[in-house]
Ligand binder design. Sequence first.
Ligand code: GDP
Length: 140
Amino acid sequence: MAIERTFSIIKPDATHRNLTGAVNAKLEAAGLRIVAQKRIHMTRAQAEGFYAVHKERPFFGELTEFMSSAPVVVQVLEGEDAVAKNREVMGATNPEEAVPGTIRKEYALNIGENSVHGSDSLENAATEIAYFFKDEEIVG
Ligand code: GDP
């Protein structure tokens, strides 16, 4: 196993319900270190750029509207096997299918408003981190 960095977003449904701390507690308990973090309000264009890979999907409009509807917290997480570990602690996309104890099982409202985003590969993590953070903002 190697020390990796992955990208995470605490989504509007979670920031709106004051769950930022609760989500962070789950991430830290899983051994992930929050090495960069900021609260931002994405523009629609920023959300569309971030989710460009999904632009042909039927939920693209709903997704980008949701992600730009209220503040989010963008984060860089670091730790052993961070990409896979974060996906594990997040739980399945649809909270009804998520394992008990995962963030989405405990906090997500539905498949769209599912509380967190996490990179699905090391390559995407690097791209997604660079979309929101400058190198000097990642402080370890
Ligand atoms: P993830 O990697 O687990 O976040 O899942 P995906 O990459 O498949 O989808 C990206 C995001 O699009 C999800 O986290 C959801 O917020 C949203 N999404 C996925 N499927 C649906 C859907 O069927 N309906 C809606 N409204 N949103 C969806």
